[in-house]
Design a protein around this ligand. Structure first.
Ligand code: C2E
Ligand code: CA
Ligand code: CA
Length: 560
């Protein structure tokens, strides 16, 4: 006789109707009903419908884990929170023609007198229709980053129309996700992101909208009554998403509590994003709310954005030069060009407060091009005035690495100012996650530019990247040697890194050198180039030229 399991799977494939089921976990019983066409009722004490699907060879392998997770979750006490109408899971099975069909299962909790949840659940199965599949694709994972506008629409509608409930907009990401990609490879990174998506699929009800915004940034629109609801929701979600295949990582959650429902959803998201960024420096708490102080930062960001174009026109951006020295004889061997914003009212604004904003809105391209031109002009000046030039390195923001235009632009500057190419060096902060960036770096190399890998050892660039990208010089970040110098083990790591780099023909410079001990240590490890406050801060061009001149004079004096 056809058994219950086969019957159910057949019914799933053949009917576009709901299949109702009923599971009693306490007594390990379940019932299945094909409704409404069938009044058939079948019952088994061995396995429940979810287990049946798990065992069915038509279930596509990638969805097995998430179904298992779902089942385990149902067996735990707090599978449901009080507000849940139901939880749902979507999964894929092959049909007879090996086409993939999407299914959705919903499980409804039952509350007993005291308000507790009973061991009995009911559920439904259903093939998903075209529209739901399309929405799923848009809202969830796979194509969402191409279409965040649709999520924004749905979000706006929900927040503006559902006036009975309060809403929170949550953004979260993984702290140092780049690191995970670097360490475990991109494929594992993607698996982890899929895992988050699956967990959210299970965890969020239809009332709790979620979407992936970009890379590892996700957003949830959450109705709530009390702040504690938000905490317990996020703690649960965090527990579900943590520790995929034993890999350790942690999250930063930023929350914006909606006050003005007519505010553009983009701003709500931005506010949550700012709270998320702000929480990252906090070692004790990883859930942060958008508040007044953070608001001030946002206002600051707005003024920066409002003012940036005029500032560029008014020459408020200025190139400073920080000399690079040879440790052994304290001669200037080069310079790094660093931008300063000299605001007529506020004075000098350091790059850390505006470069990140410009990197987001793209204006960094203009600033960089401007500074590159300042550097080329300065080199021309040296040549015209008979001063023996040293190479100037300029920063190339990652935003440039999207296409090859920046290489053409650099070439045009070299031609315009008629300077030898080896006098203009490029500092690039590489992280291993971008294939296109690698191609652009290779292109710059092929076109004859000298390339410095900026911030080596700060967590963004790694030995792994070095294998694949043709850098000439490793720029050792301050954080790499300043913390490592404290232990013997750390010292060994630095000295081996340095000797290994020499082995593969890389030059080296240490940046952020502040003390004589640091300089001595680096020198003893085989690194003879340094940049840092021990020697000089970044200074205006004229001051830099004075430093160069006095060096020449004192050399002349010793020669006499
Ligand atoms: P960076 O490229 O790593 O530049 C080195 C930073 O370290 C500079 O900060 C410099 O002033 C600072 N520094 C130098 N020596 C020492 C030291 O001994 N101790 C310490 N604690 N710091 C030292 P600055 O000029 O504030 O620039 C910060 C960052 O802003 C730069 O980091 C770079 O990422 C970005 N930046 C600056 N100018 C430009 C630019 O023209 N274009 C782009 N894309 N980014 C820029
Ligand atoms: Ca730099
Ligand atoms: Ca650096």
């Amino acid at each position: 006789m056809e058994n219950c399991r086969d019957k159910m799977i057949d019914a799933m494939f053949n009917q576009d109707v709901y299949i109702y089921f009923y599971i009693d976990f306490a007594h390990n019983k379940w019932y299945l009903e094909n409704n409404p066409q069938f009044t058939d009722f079948c019952m088994s004490e061995k396995e429940n419908p979810i287990e049946s699907i798990l065992k069915n060879e038509r279930l596509i392998t990638e969805d097995k884990d998430k179904l298992q997770f779902f089942l385990n979750k149902l067996k735990t006490e707090n599978a449901f929170s009080r507000n849940d109408k139901y939880i749902k899971i979507q999964f894929r099975m092959y049909n007879e023609d090996r086409n993939i069909i999407w299914y959705e299962m919903r499980i409804f909790p039952h509350f007993i007198g005291s308000g507790n949840i009973s061991d009995v659940i009911t559920g439904t199965f259903m093939k998903m229709n075209e529209r739901d599949i399309k929405n799923r694709n848009i809202l969830n994972f796979y194509t969402n980053d191409k279409n965040p506008a649709i999520f924004a629409d749905i979000m706006a509608k929900r927040i503006r129309e559902d006036l009975d409930r309060k809403y929170a907009v949550v953004q979260f990401d993984v702290i140092g996700f780049k690191f995970i990609n670097d360490k475990y490879g991109e494929a594992t990174g993607n698996e982890i992101l899929h895992h988050f998506n699956d967990v959210m699929d299970l965890y969020c009800t239809d009332d709790q909208l979620f979407s992936r915004l970009s890379a590892d940034v996700f957003m949830i629109v959450l109705p709530y009554e009390n702040i504690s609801d938000i905490y317990s929701f996020l703690r649960g979600l965090e527990a579900g998403m943590s520790g995929y295949k034993g890999i350790k990582y942690s999250f930063a959650f930023g929350i914006y509590l909606v006050e003005d429902r007519t505010m553009p959803t983009r701003l709500m998201g931005d506010s949550a994003g700012i709270a998320r960024a702000a929480v990252k420096g906090n070692a004790l708490e990883n859930i942060g709310f958008f508040n007044k102080e953070i608001k001030a930062t946002l206002r600051n960001k707005r003024t920066i954005e409002e003012r940036m174009k005029t500032a560029l026109k008014n020459n408020e951006f200025v190139m400073y030069l920080q000399p690079k020295y040879s440790i052994s004889d304290s001669f200037i061997i080069g310079a790094e060009a660093l931008v300063r914003w000299i605001d007529p009212e506020e004075g000098i604004i350091p790059p850390d407060s505006f470069i990140p904003v410009f990197e987001k809105n793209g204006f960094v391209v203009k600033i960089d091009e401007y500074i590159w031109e300042c550097a080329c002009r300065h080199i021309r000046n040296w040549l015209d005035n008979g001063i023996k030039p040293v190479p100037i390195s300029v920063n190339v923001s990652r935003v440039h690495l999207a296409d090859s235009k920046f290489v053409d632009y650099l070439n045009s500057l070299i031609e315009k100012y008629e300077i030898p190419k080896n006098l203009l060096e490029l500092e690039i902060t590489e992280s291993a996650d971008n294939i296109n960036a690698n191609a652009m770096i290779k292109l710059a190399k092929v076109k004859g530019f000298r390339l410095l890998m900026d911030d080596f050892g700060s967590g963004y660039s790694s030995l792994n990247t070095l294998k694949n990208t043709p850098f000439d010089v490793l720029k050792i970040d301050r954080s790499f040697f300043s913390t490592s110098m404290e232990s013997q083990r750390g010292q060994k790591i630095i000295s081996h890194t340095i000797s290994m780099s020499q082995d593969i023909g890389l030059e080296m410079i240490a940046e952020g050198v502040e003390t004589k001990e640091q300089a001595d240590f680096l020198y003893n490890c085989g690194c003879n180039a340094a940049q840092g406050f021990l020697y000089s801060k970044p200074v205006p061009e004229e001051v830099f030229d004075k430093l160069m001149r006095s060096e020449i004079e004192s050399a002349a004096n010793t020669a006499e």
